[in-house]
Design a protein around this ligand. Structure first.
Ligand SMILES: Nc1ncnc2c1ncn2[C@@H]1O[C@H](COP(=O)(O)OP(=O)(O)OP(=O)(O)O)[C@@H](O)[C@H]1O
Ligand SMILES: [Mg+2]
Length: 342
């Protein structure tokens, strides 16, 4: 395998150390994904330079000019604390004619805005829950087509930010209260969607034009009491103690017949193309008891930490973590942005 020079962009403060000697679990949590990527790329024989970025583009420019990377591995999920600015950082790399891993600017822009992406999906008749958007400072009026229960969340935040049992609302008063809560917490729009009762499924997709989906992965809500809705709240997603207490795990979705697997895979590829994604992504879906599949969201550049859903589902079909990262690098090197056509 040829040696590649790789600049790894990470959030300032999340530059991983060279070794794990003397590191506690809590310290590790802060930059585990960054460590896994840098360490694995080095083990593959590549030359790796991690760079912490917060709100300044100059260090990126300097690193591109001095280190002369063949490609930049994008692990930044925000710029200046704004989660929707990753598209701007990737645009900057494109303007610098620098190859990068993961999604292109348009795909990031479309997929990071839940309202915009659902409008595109609806145009393509891809099943996604009905919804309404509530801008800040406007009267909160529920359109007639939306009936309860509804699910209220932020249009732009991710990582289950602001998602709890209270996100499910059953009347107009609770809807208005939750919408105001999102407005206050994010200073941005809230979205209310039809609440989809059902199984929680994640599907990894990789590719630029030729796409591959990984096996459907499912969240098992373990021993959560029956009155608790089966949704991925921030405690379910991130709180290790809570996960352990309730035996919450993710694993290959069981009992899906071939036709259902195929239907899921097709929908995920359609979403990927509809939203102009490239590189790799993870689709979040819900599947009802009747077998209806709804697209909840598309995550461009999802978490690629070793052992997390995306990497695990790849590994389940024989794609090792090393092979997965190498594939992501190759896809980045092969992606043809507009400047190459001039
Ligand atoms: N319309 C819905 N019906 C049922 N559950 C939903 C709905 N929308 C969201 N959820 C639940 O809330 C979780 C988080 O929602 P979503 O994926 O849209 O937000 P996010 O904050 O971007 O999450 P992520 O952690 O994947 O970035 C989903 O995984 C699902 O369990
Ligand atoms: Mg999600």
């Amino acid at each position: 395998m040829s040696k590649t020079r790789i600049l790894v962009l990470v959030r300032d403060g999340q530059v991983p150390p060279a070794s794990l000697d003397g590191i506690s679990d809590t310290q590790l949590d802060a930059w585990k994904a960054e460590f896994d990527v840098c360490e694995t790329l080095r083990n593959l024989g590549h030359e790796v330079l991690p760079l912490g970025v917060y709100d300044d583009l100059a260090p990126i420019r300097n690193a591109i000019q001095e280190f002369k990377p063949d490609i930049t591995f994008m692990m930044l999920e925000e710029f200046h604390g704004v989660v929707t600015y990753d598209f701007a950082v990737i645009s900057y790399l494109e303007l610098m004619q620098q190859a990068y891993t993961g999604c292109n600017p348009r795909g990031l822009l479309l997929s990071k805005d839940k309202a915009l992406s659902k409008k595109v999906l609806t145009y393509h008749r891809i099943p996604t829950p009905r919804f309404a958007v509530f801008p800040v400072g406007r009267a909160i009026r529920r359109p007639k087509k939306l009936s309860f229960p509804l699910f209220v969340k932020s249009v732009v935040e991710d990582a289950s930010f602001g998602i709890s049992q209270a996100s499910i609302v059953h009347n107009d008063e609770a809807l208005a209260e939750r919408v105001r809560f999102i407005h206050e917490k994010t200073n941005d729009r809230a979205i209310a969607e039809q609440y989809i009762e059902g199984r929680e499924i994640y599907v990894g997709v990789i590719g630029n034009s030729r796409l591959k989906t990984f096996p459907a992965w499912e969240m098992n809500f373990g021993t959560l009491p029956p009155e608790v809705a089966r949704i991925a709240t921030s405690s379910v997603k991130w709180d290790r103690g809570y996960q352990k207490k309730h035996q919450i795990t993710t694993h290959a979705a069981k009992d899906l017949d071939d036709a259902t697997q195929e239907r899921i895979s097709k929908i995920c590829k359609r979403v990927y193309r509809a939203l102009s994604l490239s590189g790799y992504a993870r689709m979040d879906l819900r599947m009802t008891d009747q077998g209806e599949i709804y697209v909840i969201e598309a995550n461009a550049n999802p978490n690629i930490e070793y052992g997390e859903d995306f990497a695990e589902s790849a590994e389940s079909i024989g794609i090792s973590y090393e092979a997965l990262l190498q594939r992501i690098i190759n896809l980045g090197l092969n992606y043809k942005p507009a400047w190459m056509n001039v």
